[in-house]
Design a protein around this ligand. Sequence first.
Ligand SMILES: [Fe+2]
Ligand SMILES: [Fe+2]
Length: 349
Amino acid sequence: MFQKGREDPGLNHSKNKKQRQKGDKEPLNIFPGNWDVMTPSLLRSYELWFPQSWDPVALDWSQLDGGNFDRKEAISQAYWLAKLALFEKSGIGAFGLAALQAGRHNMEDPTKKFLAAVTFDECRHDEVCRRACSRLCPGFPYTFRPSNDFEERAVRNINALYENGRRYWSAFEEAWEKYPLELIFSSFFFAEIGAQLIFGQVADGSGLKVYRDSFKNITRDESRHLTGTLAMLERLAASMDDKQKMMITRQMKHGFIYLSPLLFKPVGDFWDLPRDFYESDSKFEELASRSGLGVPSLEQRSKAWLNAIEKHRKRLESMGIGVPRIEEIGLEGVDVSVKKGDAIITSPL
Ligand SMILES: [Fe+2]
Ligand SMILES: [Fe+2]
């Protein structure tokens, strides 16, 4: 097991003199901080944020005016974006909290700034969801009043997802007390693999320009997140033993389960949803896809997930990190059991 607060030669190398003298009992503090750069590849990922920055306000949102679609199409598009927003919102929280923890633990400077930049990106992605929903179906999902069964099922599904999101978030906050910081930081990359692929598919498959532009930009953000989180992983994994690396494999399986409603279909070990959730979910997705929002089919998502993980297998295995077996998508690997009721500790998109 990791030892909490143990010094890492890279990301967490530079406890200041006062902290070292007084030991770990003194409450953690972001001051005096440091400007150390121990992982140049992480710094480069952070630096790319500046030239790759984009403005969601400038996109042509009028394409999504409710009058351009029939009511069911508008609701279905808003439904998928509200589903996506669950993962963007958990991204804002998780990366924001991680940025703060990186400061408290006096990690190297690019770690703090990279995580803060990712937090901002997640706000931008959530903003895309908010803007789209407010045009398509004002108030959806928070203050929207459904007027028929179709609309009721849309709101019910989203509420059920968000209720599960609450459970995820409580466990994520508790994780900082239970698990070593290194484990949480080294597991961020997995969701980014999934994010890069789904948003690329949505950008390619969307008939509406506002979606193509949004998701092309979001995909570029996600590629940067993936590069940076892999740099963090590589640095941290260099000083981990096999048991610690096995915990990362387990986190990858958790990541698959958490992201399953978006990237596959909800996996029951964690998700507690209405019995007919998936039946109506797939109808909303199909309608959203037919009306201009390029949501990939279950089969396309499943194949893409498998390929995306396979693409990184070699690099992960060269770090001594095994890929978990995920039978749902046909991924071969290490058997990891996740029991019903286990807390899912992973990072979001
Ligand atoms: Fe995101
Ligand atoms: Fe991301």
